[in-house]
Design a protein around this ligand. Structure first.
Ligand code: NAP
Length: 298
């Protein structure tokens, strides 16, 4: 029997593990992919208090080492069910625990257009820092208008020949400082008020078809970097949590779900600010709450 099972090894889940381990709890983290969550792909983090600048990979790896060295067990399995009695079922087994913390974060939103799924890994990417180097000297586009898209465009402009930054509105959602920087970079072309209709290519991406105020335009690109935000993946937990219309877990106080002993932390819940700082805060609160309330469940 585990004291706490944490579903998801992103910053929220690993911080929950850290707090539980420091209270001498037996902790299992179950992660479907790799540790680190979304932050592992950030080229640089500059808004985490006390750390002037660190890459997402270095931050996530340091947190991972911290929890593993303190005794957390991690299993790379996919959770398929969590029942009200806190039995966690994965594709490989079943685990009983006193408390469960759901910290599954969110995943990249898809454009849901023709050519996207078909060409993933063959020109379509959701991670500029992971795949940018494959496009040295080539033409690529970045789709999106938030900080991720702006950062990706800047990052890629140092590697590729040309970046088309395609956004569906004329104003960016991302920070003004990035917009100013982009305006001074010669090899970034802004394509505003435009949506990508289709990604063309047979074996690899060859071009995209974009639509701007009823005009269609084809742009030849080798790579399409999609950065249009994230969406949660909470459907499998519907028996133990309430979801809002976008699929985020509703928690009145930010930590409890509708089932005793099952908690939520991080980007997967309804919240006003999804940042590294708020994710780690959630993890700390979820673990300390779970430890306190486990006494009532025993
Ligand atoms: P985001 O802020 O949610 O921005 C998503 C962008 O994609 C928006 O511009 C949105 O357009 C566009 N979009 C959404 N669905 C679309 C669709 N179907 N077709 C075309 N465009 C679509 O996501 P994000 O940029 O990944 O950032 C997520 C969070 O992380 C934000 O809070 C951000 O500030 C933070 N972040 C911070 C940093 C940093 O501080 N260094 C770096 C990266 C991310 P609209 O604007 O029209 O809605």
């Amino acid at each position: 029997m585990w004291d706490i099972i944490i579903v998801g090894a992103g910053p929220a889940g690993m911080t929950a593990a850290l707090y539980a381990l420091r209270a001498n709890k037996k902790v299992l983290i179950i992660e479907a992919k790799t540790y680190g969550g979304q932050i592992i792909n950030a080229s640089s983090i500059e808004n985490y208090p006390g750390i002037e600048s660190i890459s997402g990979f270095d931050y996530a790896t340091s947190l991972y080492n911290q929890v593993i060295n303190k005794g957390a067990e991690i299993k790379y399995e996919t959770v398929i069910h969590v029942d009200e009695d806190r039995v966690v079922t994965t594709d490989k087994g079943k685990y009983q625990t006193k408390s469960v913390i759901l910290a599954t974060g969110a995943e990249n939103r898809k454009l849901r257009i023709e050519g996207e799924n078909e060409l993933v890994g063959r020109g379509v990417s959701y991670c500029a820092t992971c795949d940018g180097n494959f496009y040295k000297g080539k033409d690529v586009c970045v789709v999106g208008g938030g900080n991720t898209a702006l950062e990706d465009a800047i990052y890629l402009s140092n590697i590729v020949n040309k970046v088309y930054l395609i956004h569906r509105r004329s104003e960016f959602r991302g920070d003004e400082k990035y917009v100013e920087e982009i305006n001074n970079i010669n090899n970034i072309e802004l394509v505003l008020d435009s949506i990508v209709e289709r990604i063309n290519g047979t074996d690899r991406v060859e071009s995209i078809l974009i639509k701007n105020l009823d005009n269609l335009r084809e742009i030849k690109v080798d790579g399409v970097f999609i950065a249009v935000g994230q969406e949660p993946k909470n459907e499998i937990f519907k028996n133990v949590v309430d979801l809002d219309d976008k699929g985020y877990i509703i928690s009145e106080d930010g930590v409890h779900t509708k089932v005793k002993g099952i908690y939520v932390a991080g980007d997967s819940r309804v919240k006003s600010l999804r940042q590294l700082t708020t994710a780690v805060s959630d993890g700390a609160i979820a673990a300390t709450t779970a430890i306190k309330e486990a006494k009532e469940i025993d």
